[in-house]
Design a binder for this molecule. Structure first.
Ligand code: PGA
Length: 253
């Protein structure tokens, strides 16, 4: 593992200003646990407020438009995301792909816009249960990444990959430890092929899908698992921080 473990909370479409005390509590605890890098991606409407609360944690968005500006009612550009105080954006989440018909090509265009706006990227990939049952999980995921991983200068420094099997998101099911390790190993090989022997190993690969304090330590101890993208369990400071503590224990072990 190249850097500190990276634990990112994806609040999805949850949270009003009433959630700000949770963000504050996460930030205060993160100041004490320096072994772990902690970040939250709240809804767009809370980015600025969370950014103002946060001294330690990173703040990001859950999506951005691929267009720079113009007549796109309801959309938010990467520049606007950066202007609101966000430092990164989650792109290609399976909920965006399924509910908003985002293709790999659209995700790739969003990646370019986000990099142009100076944002870091958490690029999501993951297979459906049917794809895994057919034995095609690895080729599917690697293909998603081949299409959307940026190859511009220094891109590796800006990218984090999140492997999230779709059937494990919000279901309470997690992939087996063997399957997680095998997929993360395959993704690492692709990153080395794409970015070279020096930069490829330094790109962080997060696991996501029903990560909680009870299972975080064993998942985060696996090789090539450099952190977690956490949905449901990031909505309370207590459970999210439980995952951060598990990450620091896994790091020490
Ligand atoms: P979950 O969501 O932790 O609720 O499964 C993870 C995600 O979608 O990023």
């Amino acid at each position: 593992m190249a850097e500190r473990p990276y634990i990112v909370g994806n609040w999805k479409m949850n949270g009003t200003r009433a959630m700000l005390p949770e963000a504050r509590a996460i930030d205060r605890a993160a100041q004490r646990n320096m072994k772990v890098e902690v970040a939250i991606a709240p809804p767009f409407t809370l980015i600025h407020a969370v950014h103002r609360e946060a001294e330690q944690i990173g703040v990001g968005a859950q999506d951005c438009s691929c267009d720079p500006d113009g007549a796109h009612t309801g959309d938010i550009s990467a520049t606007m995301v950066a202007d609101s105080g966000a430092k990164f954006v989650i792109l290609g989440h399976s909920e965006r792909r399924s509910a908003h018909n985002e293709t790999d090509a659209m995700v790739a265009a969003k990646v370019r816009s986000a990099l142009d706006a100076g944002l870091r990227i958490i690029l999501c990939c993951g297979e459906s249960e049917a794809t895994r049952d057919k034995g095609e999980a690895e080729s599917f995921v690697l293909n998603q990444l081949r299409t959307s991983l940026p190859e511009t200068d220094n891109a590796a420094e800006k990218v984090t990959v999140a492997y999230e099997p779709i059937w494990a998101i919000g279901t309470g099911k997690t992939a087996s430890l063997e399957d997680i390790e095998a997929m993360h190993g395959a993704i690492r090989a692709l990153l080395v092929e794409t970015y070279g022997e020096e930069a490829g190993p330094a790109v962080r690969i997060l696991y996501g899908g029903s990560v909680k304090p009870e299972n975080a330590r064993e998942i985060l101890s696996l090789s090539n698992v450099d952190g977690a993208l956490v949905g449901g369990a990031s909505l309370s400071a207590e459970s999210f921080l439980g995952i951060a503590v598990a990450a620091s224990e896994a790091e020490e072990a």
